[in-house]
Design a protein around this ligand. Sequence first.
Ligand SMILES: *Cc1c(COP(=O)(O)O)cnc(C)c1O
Length: 239
Amino acid sequence: MTQEERITLAERIKDVQARVARAAVASGRRAEDITLVAATKMNDADRVRAAIEAGIRVCGENRVQELTDKYEQNAYAGADLQFIGTLQSNKIKYLIGKVSLIQSVGSLKLGQAIAKEAAKKGITQDILLEVNIGREQAKSGLMPEMLPEALDQLRLLPAIRIRGLMAIPPIADETTKNLRYFNEMHQIFVDILTKKYDNVNMDYLSMGMTNDFETAISCGSNMVRIGTAIFGARPYPVP
Ligand SMILES: *Cc1c(COP(=O)(O)O)cnc(C)c1O
């Protein structure tokens, strides 16, 4: 990375942090109530380290292989590491012990498989349940009506701890910015919170990306996952 690239990256991070803070305040919360997760996919270890140096505290990776490679290069030192991508059961073992949170648990089966691997290692793995709020065929995630059963089953497994919900709505429409889906997600989040399931914590509502994070925050999101606004458009040039 050149010095200039480092400066640009630091400026972008400051800008995103300021936008998150403004959106938080506008919805009656504080900046520190919102967790900013930098979506670090396709950024090499150097860029990830530069982002952490510039103030990023949480990194979210999408692919297990990429995470493992960068982890071995000590890319995430000083930050919290989370997994936000599609996860195959046979790769779970590479995440346990490395990530503080697996955000993308989109099926009962996957949750059970994570519990099994975590139990083997004597770890309690924090997870979010991913909801397919747009009901898209091609996307993973639990349909909203499947949530009660998933919660009922997964909350009984001591090696996982449900910490909230995550959603990736359809590609944001320029005018509505997914307002409807974000509102639906918030409603579901509050419903679960109100029902007070044993062993279910609704600490995080993870929604909002580069194109729509301010709208998501206005609808109650307290965790945003941002890639492009921090690192620029993908794919990145090979340094
Ligand atoms: C890449 C990614 C993001 C960030 O997307 P941007 O639009 O680049 O901000 C957020 N969440 C997930 C799951 C991602 O894969």
